[in-house]
Each structure stands twice: as C-alpha cells, then as structure tokens.
Design a protein around this ligand. Sequence first.
Ligand code: FES
Length: 570
Amino acid sequence: MKDKLRSQGWFGKTGKDGFIYRAWMKNQGIPDYEFRGKPVIGICNTWSEFTPCNAHFRELAESVKRGISEAGGFPVEFPVMSLGETLIKPTAMLYRNLASMDVEESIRANPMDGVVLLCGCDKTTPSLVMGACSVNLPTLVVSGGPMLTGKYEGRDISTSDVWRFNDAVRSGEMSQQELTVAEECMCRSRGHCAVMGTASTMACMVESLGLSLPGNAAIPAADSRRKVLAQLSGIRIVEMVKENMRLSDVLSRKAFENAIITNAAIGGSTNFIIHLLAIARRIGVELKLEDFDKLSSNVPLIANLQPSGKYFMEDLYYAGGLPAVLKELDAFLRGDAVTVNGKTIRENNAQASCYNRDVVATTAKPFNSLSGVAILKGNLCENGAVIKPSAASAHLMKHAGKAIVFEDIDDYKARIDLPELDVDEHSILVLKNVGPIGYPGMPEVGNMALPKKLLAKGITDMIRISDGRMSGTGFGTVILHASPEAALGGNFAVVKTGDVIHLDVGNRMLTLDVSVAELEQRKKNWKPIHKKYDRGYVMLYQQHVQQASEGADMDFLNGGSGSEVSRDSH
Ligand code: FES
C-alpha cells in the first residue's frame, strides 16, 4: 500500500475540512472507525430500470460490498450514467463517451482508493473501463452475467433470433401473433443478451484483458455463483489497493493482444474493435486497426456460440466458461500477462476443464477455421473497414456487384421495399451517413434488412456496406465502420448507384471501380447532408468524435489525467 491512502486526503483530515468530509457521510449511519485508514472502495454502478440488462445490479453490489467489508475495506456505492442498448435513442453509442466522462470525473473527484466497475449491457463495459483508465486507480471489473437461454416452441432462442424473426415476419412465414409469443419467451431471467453479442464480448474482453477474476464472463446472471464471484472480487480489490496494483499494471500491450486473440476464438462482436481501440488510447498502449487482423488471422474459432455458431452463453458456462477457452488458446496467448488477481493468465486457466467439446472445440479441431475480423482496405475505405468472416456467407467473400446506394437511413427505409427498386442478390447495398458524425453516434444499422422481394425469393444474405456498426448479435456478409465516413466527404461519400464494387476478403480489398478523375470530380460537387447540431453534448460529440478506425472516442479524451485532485474544496 502507498504510505497514505488517497481517501485519507479527505477522511484523514482534522479541523473543519475533516469534519465536513466525515460528518455528512455519517448521516448514512456509518461508524467513525470506517474513516480511520480503511481502503475506501467505490462501487461504480450502472444500475437502472431503463437498462434491463443491469437491473439486478443493486443486489450484485451488495455481494461486492460484503467482500470489501470482509477484507477490511469501506465500500461506497455510486451511480453513473447507464446505457441501455434497447431503449436509448438514437443509439447508446452516442453516449458511450459521455458516460466515460461521468465515470472518470466521479472516480477522480471522490475519496476512493480503488474501484469495482459493475458492467453489463453493451456500452456500460467500455464506458466504465475507458473512464477508469483515465484515472488509473486499482480497478476490477464485475460483469452482470448473461440471461438464461430463451425457450420458444421447444427450441432455444436469444437475441440473434430477433433478426430471424424480423425476416420471417417480413416474408410472411411468421405471424404477428407468433412474434408476440416469442417476445414473451426470450428474456426470461435477469442479465444481458445470452449470445456472443457485444455485452458477452465485452465480458470476455475484460476477462481476457485480465481485468476480472477468472470465470467472470459466462456465469449466468441468475446463477448464485455470480454473487460468489462478486463477493470474491470485493475481497480482491482491497488487496489490490494494498498492493497498489493499478489498471496500467494489468493493461499492457500483451493484455490487449490476448483480448484480440480471444475475441477471434469466440467469434466476438465487431464492436469489440472500436471499444478496445478507445481503451488502449486511454491507457496509452499503442494499438492499430491492422493489429486486429494480424493477431487474429491464424486463430481458429473454437467457441460454437451464436451468432457465429449454435450455442448460448449459458452453454459456454456449463462447458467450462471462458477459462476452458483460454486454456485451449494457451499456445496463442501471451501467457505471462498479469491479471487483477496477481497471477498470470496462464496460471489462472491452467487447471480449467472443458465439459462439452461441441461448445468449446479444440484448436486442433476447431468449430470453424475462419475467425476474427478482416480489416479491408481500398479506395472505398482508405482508413479501413471491418468484416466478420465467421458470420458472413462463404460464396460472397469474393464478389463484384453493382451498388444500390442509400444516402442515409431515411432514404433506405423509404426505398428498400419498393417493387421498382432495381436490385437482385448480386447487388451490393450501400448505406451512407450512419457513421459517428453523420448519424450522429454510429448506430447498429449496418446489417440492414434485405429487400422484401428478395426475401420472398429465399435470398438470406447479400453484401451490405456502411459507415455504421452492427449489433454483436447480427450476422451476414456485412462490411462495417467504413472510414472516413460519408459525412467527411471522402470516396465513400460519393459512391453512386450503379457503380461496381469489388470485395475480396482473402486479399483484404474493398474497391470502387470508378476512375480517380471521376471520383475527384464527384468530390468537388459533394455537399454534406447530415444534420449538424448546434448545442449541448451532441454538438460537442460531432465536433470532437474521432473515426471508428481510431476508437470513436473524443479527441480531447485520449489519454488520462491521473488520480490527483489539484485543489481542495474548502
Ligand atoms: Fe443489453 Fe443486449 S440489450 S446486452
């Protein structure tokens, strides 16, 4: 432990200042001894009834508190902005950076020596980790855990089925009545989405980065062992404060490499790229978009989980959880990377067992040899674009087709189902102005639904390109995060219906078959069509957000300011 606890800069004071710092806290019935040199642990809680995936967090916080008290710490729970993926409009991603600012400033401004981050729904994990990185106290993550698998008419369902149900209703295979029944069957317990969507991807990210205790990612929210893990995490954070083990001691370049390798092996969400880039920039680790391709191209997909595979997070837990995956990946991982419990990732997972090889395959006999993400380059995306090959159709991985261009999401909605739309299964759908600045907030609309008339013909996949994102639960031959985005006026901004686009995933190419001279001419005549905001947070966001290839954080939030508070308030 450092000679003096940070919290003693408040609670250890005498005179008027110490009186004020302690006296008001005592209105909660806290005895004086709690303030006398115990490590104060903040529990950063994203509980909200508007964030159903995190609605059980007040109860989970109680388990963390028990562990903190047991280890001789003083737990103090505090709320931060909570981002519920399903309700927040226009998109939770618009507010990830805002929430991270709330987290950063709340941690720095308050008398805490360490912090436990309670994360669940998609954006609640990156926003909390980003904010905490910019302060760099001893920090440990407890995830909320996935929901139990949904059960509908005798079969297992979860969030990826939402897209299937939508297509089935649009093609007439499913009635509205049946859809309502499915709605009642899907979310049958506390927790976040039960597939390897973004929330599960983020939970696996923190475990593979070494930011949580082993096993954190997959324990279902409804399983009593989730509370046990929370309590043990409470004990450990107090020890971390005593050891002065900070986030930067865990988040080495090796830790980031482990997260990328693991994400490939589990078929994690494409959103992982944006969030990990943003976290790396906050903590000061060099990470490039190309690293995701380079580090994951030889990693096989061994977790057979939706949307890339068949099973659900509950099945992953029963099969041995993420430790079973990490043990299997031993030859790929940087085994000596240190984790929050003070052990290396190799030591943590050496004794892990796999109880179902259909869910967690071996690297020698993987579930799919294709994994990870491919980073595409070409004149349509000079700064890169992303595709998840394991969720795409093999026959479209090398393809040339005519573009059908939608200038923005409203244009897409207005025309996609028009009978006269000149589209067939060889066409390539292009959606512009859904990037960070253009929408704004980069919504998950990249896996746009296919035209009704093609669904009726039995077509289930087409190439779709956008500067937006895709839900981690989505699938298809979907090219995302095209950068620079259309709102910045690059080549992507001037692609027109009828242009021929070449996709060659094997060679990592995405090119537009239009001459340089023609592109330059089009760019001269280009005018932005996205709405510009002139007040409040959204204005700030539009002015400062960086491109997806840089993590979509705000430029002034890169890096950190440490934990020192320069001035006293009294
Ligand atoms: Fe919260 Fe999917 S909606 S994790």
